[in-house]
Structure formats: structure tokens, C-alpha cells
Design a protein around this ligand. Structure first.
Ligand code: PMP
Length: 369
């Protein structure tokens, strides 16, 4: 059996989520239908909407279900553009889906100003000139480092700018500061032990917002397409569990991360970014002179699943834009270990033992190259 320590890529559905989803799989469930099965589906969707809103601390009427954070980021950023935003500020460490949406609005004429990033992995809110919107993730997908959402909200209020927050990597271990102040927030179910392929865009109010997918009146005209009731129900349960167990998870992950860090330090690892500012579930380090993808492969052979960065990026071998933006000399060198609700101390021990065995072999092999 694989020891799975790659929950930042995707975290398997929690048992309670599987149980809640199951009855909806073999049932007619179109919440737009007026008959009894349709009404039952609509009620289940509204219950899930309330759970998503409660986790975010934002109004349920503003929650728009969609296929995940990629779609939510695109809807938000293209929607900001469509409603008058012309100058966006964002950093190079944003998720590729945010970068992609920014490139799309840039092609239409938007200006994108680049925010600098420190060695600590934290975005600096130094605006080179006036902007209409700030785009900032709550926690980075490769380093886990939390970003200054509260400061961004204060800055946005001061200069009259709008704020989009990608909260996808930040919600499993307790509330995120100042999330209520953002105009739009993106999140995804599968990082929380919910199903893959479902997520939400949270708007500050129930007001209309330009839809990416148009033509149907679902989600109050803000996202056309039949709602995935099974997925949304699972998402709601995952959000409830995150809200109820987030603080306890954070405490447990904090203890596991401390012993992981001690073991990694003993093996000569160097932390990437300010680990004290990271979410407790994610640990990212560099072993000097050792490629992250070589470590991932060696650990895979030992039956341990980790990542050298974002899963979206690690299929393609190349330097990580996140580590490069942080000024890392070896942007291909990251090793990301990320915990889930079921991660145990003996799994962390097994990872450290496998790394201790693999490191000298990889170092020896690369000295022949
Ligand atoms: N934003 C961040 C920060 C992420 O980590 C991810 C998932 N890798 C996404 C957006 C995209 O989420 P989804 O898989 O739901 O499209």
C-alpha cells in the first residue's frame, strides 16, 4: 500500500463524504426540475451551499457552484475585467489557473502589474502604480506559505481596489483571516477531502456577476449547466468537516510537521520559504544538488507518494515558477510533503527512512552525469 503524502495535489474523499455522496449517484437529481426528486436535489444543494458559506464566513447567496478552483479563478478574473477592472496586480507565485486567467484578460487589453515575492515565499504588496484589482492566493500550492490576505484587504479598501482571493490551499486547517472582505473567493472540494471536479466561486453578495458559462439559468444565471448534485453534496460535507475539525487537524499536523522537519534537517534539507508562515499540512524543502523529481521517483519506488511541486506542473519537467520567483538557485529542487486528515506519525517515519536510503544513491548517480 502506498503511503500517500501528497494531499496538496488531491486529498482522497473522506469516509463521511463517500457515505453522503453515495445515495445521490443512482438517483435522478436535477435541482432545476419542479417535481419531487428535483426539489429534493435542490434542497441538498442549498444545504451544501450553507456549509460552504459557513466555512468561508461569507454569505450563502454569493456561493456559485462550479467545476473547481480553475473555473472559479477564471470566472472571477474574467468577471472583474467584464465589470470594469483594467489594471490588475498579482504575483508570479499564483496558481497556473490564475496566471492563465490573467493572460486571457491581458490579451483583451488588461494591464497586469507584477507584485514582488520575498525569499520567505511571501508576496509583497508594493504597488508600482495604481490598480483596480488585487489578486492574491491565501496559501501557496508549492510552499504552503500563507499570504497577507488581511493586508491586501486593508490595502484594497484604502485605494478603492477590488480583491480576488484563491483560498484553495488554505481552508483545511482553520479559518482564513479577512476572507469576508474579498470581493471574490475561489475554492475547490478535492483539497478538503471532497470530490474532484467541484468547487465554488464565492461572491460578496447574491448580486449578479458575469458568468463564464452562459445560456442556462442555473445558479441564478451565474453559471449555466446542470449542477453536479452528488459532487456538491460531498463538497458540503467536506466543508463541514473542515470547519468542525480544522483546528484539531492544525494541531495534529503541526506536531507531525515538527517531527518531519527535525528529520529532514538531520538529513541536510534546507527549508523553502518561511515555514512558520506555512499551513501546517505542507512542508517544502530543498536538498542541495539533488533534483526534486529524482527524489519523487526514488520515493515512489519505495511506495511513498510526494511531489516536487504542483502536480499540474510536475508532469512537465522544468523549473518551478514559484521557486524561481522566490529567488531559489535551484528551482527544480523542491520536495513537497503534504498531510491529510488520516496521516500518521509512522508514515512520516517511513518517509524519513526512505529518504535516508535514497539520498546517497541519488547523489552518487548524479555525480556520474
Ligand atoms: N488554485 C490553487 C492554489 C490550487 O492548488 C489548485 C489545485 N492544484 C487550483 C487552484 C485548481 O483547483 P482545481 O483542481 O479544483 O481546478
Amino acid at each position: 500500500v502506498t503511503i500517500y503524502l501528497d494531499h496538496a495535489a488531491t486529498s482522497p474523499m473522506l469516509a463521511e463524504v463517500v457515505e453522503a455522496v453515495q445515495p445521490w449517484l443512482g438517483r435522478p437529481a436535477n435541482p432545476a426540475s419542479v417535481h419531487a426528486p428535483g426539489r429534493a436535489a435542490a434542497a441538498a444543494v442549498e444545504q451544501a451551499r450553507a456549509e460552504v458559506a459557513a466555512l468561508l464566513g461569507r454569505p450563502p447567496a454569493g456561493v456559485v457552484f462550479c467545476s473547481g478552483a480553475t473555473e472559479a479563478n477564471h470566472t472571477a478574473i474574467r468577471g472583474l475585467w467584464a465589470t470594469g477592472t483594467r489594471r490588475f496586480a498579482a504575483s508570479p507565485i499564483e496558481h497556473p489557473s490564475v496566471r492563465g486567467a490573467l493572460e486571457a484578460v491581458q490579451a483583451s487589453g488588461a494591464e497586469i502589474l507584477s507584485l514582488p515575492v520575498g525569499r520567505d515565499g511571501v508576496v509583497r504588496l508594493d504597488l508600482p502604480s495604481e490598480v483596480d484589482a488585487l489578486v492574491l492566493m491565501a496559501a501557496n500550492h508549492e510552499t504552503g506559505v500563507r499570504q497577507p490576505v488581511g493586508d491586501a484587504a486593508a490595502l484594497a479598501a484604502r485605494i478603492g481596489a477590488r480583491l480576488h482571493v484563491d483560498a484553495t490551499q488554505a481552508l483545511g486547517s482553520g479559518p482564513v483571516d479577512a476572507l469576508a472582505l474579498a470581493e471574490t473567493v475561489a475554492l475547490s472540494a478535492h483539497k478538503l477531502g471532497g470530490p474532484v471536479g467541484v468547487g465554488a466561486l464565492s461572491l460578496r453578495s447574491g448580486a449578479p456577476f458575469p458568468a463564464l458559462l452562459t445560456g442556462g439559468s442555473q445558479e441564478r444565471g451565474r453559471r449555466a449547466g446542470t449542477v453536479d448534485v452528488a459532487g456538491v453534496v460531498g463538497f458540503g460535507v467536506a466543508c463541514r468537516l473542515a470547519r468542525e475539525h480544522g483546528p484539531a487537524r492544525a494541531e495534529r499536523w503541526g506536531r507531525l510537521a515538527a517531527s518531519l522537519r527535525a528529520g529532514l534537517d538531520a538529513l541536510g534539507a534546507r527549508p523553502v520559504g518561511d515555514r512558520a508562515r506555512a499551513v501546517p499540512s505542507t512542508t517544502t524543502v530543498v536538498f542541495e544538488g539533488v533534483r526534486g523529481d529524482a527524489l519523487v521517483q526514488a520515493l515512489d519506488l519505495a511506495g511513498i507518494a510526494v511531489s516536487s511541486g504542483a502536480a499540474c506542473a510536475s508532469g512537465a519537467v522544468g523549473p518551478s515558477p514559484v521557486l524561481a520567483a522566490m529567488g531559489e538557485a535551484e528551482p527544480a529542487g523542491g520536495l513537497r510533503i503534504s498531510f491529510g486528515p488520516g496521516t500518521r506519525a509512522d508514515e512520516v517515519e517511513a518517509l524519513l527512512a526512505a529518504l535516508e536510503a535514497a539520498l546517497p544513491l541519488i547523489r552518487e548517480a548524479s555525480s556520474w552525469e
